[in-house]
Write a protein that binds this ligand. Structure first.
Ligand code: GDP
Ligand code: MG
Length: 162
């Protein structure tokens, strides 16, 4: 079976934009408003001849109520059923309380996690992204899902983790 890569993180950090970058087409729905992807949406992807499934998820929020709680539950299922997890943080914002809570959930999952610092559109944001080492998930991968910066290195890291 194809290995599964789940993309999780807070609403609006650029998960769906990253999924589109990985699959090489605009299929995952990107929105300026949070919470557009409601559950788990799988897409076929390949890189360097290796095939895998990448799963887009809705924005994960802890202690969320009702609809947001359902979305968070779907993200947790996506993590539980993934071989590798991509945890996306907004490099322009830095890490938040919600990101730290997500890290605890990711630790409990015992899955390999790749930390992505998205929206690193330029070198100065890329430099600031090194502060995300503090999340304790290892080296942050600064990328710009929107412009493609760093996405090749990230895909290499994904394949190495599969
Ligand atoms: P999601 O809610 O995590 O799936 O986030 P989306 O992929 O829907 O993106 C939310 C917003 O962030 C959209 O306006 C995107 O265009 C924007 N965005 C995504 N990636 C980047 C990036 O690398 N740089 C910048 N500047 N904006 C981005
Ligand atoms: Mg989305």
């Amino acid at each position: 079976p194809r290995p599964v890569v789940a993309v999780v993180g807070r609403p609006n950090v650029g998960k769906s934009t990253l999924v589109n970058r990985i699959i090489g087409r605009r299929q995952a729905v990107v929105e300026d408003i949070p919470g557009v992807t409601r559950d788990r949406v799988p897409y076929d992807a390949q890189w360097n001849g290796r095939e895998f499934t990448v799963v887009d998820t809705g924005g994960w929020e802890p202690d969320a109520k009702d609809r947001a709680a359902a979305i968070a539950a779907q993200a947790e299922i996506a993590v539980a059923t993934a071989d590798v997890v991509i945890f996306v943080v907004d490099a322009m914002v830095g890490s938040t309380d919600v990101d730290e809570a997500a890290v605890k959930m990711l630790r409990r999952s015992n899955k390999p996690v790749i930390l992505v610092a998205n929206k690193a559109d330029n070198t100065s944001i890329e430099m600031e992204a090194t502060a995300l080492w503090s999340l304790g998930l290892g080296e942050p991968f600064p990328i710009s899902a929107l412009h493609g910066r760093g996405s090749g290195d990230l895909l290499d890291a994904i394949l190495a983790a599969l």
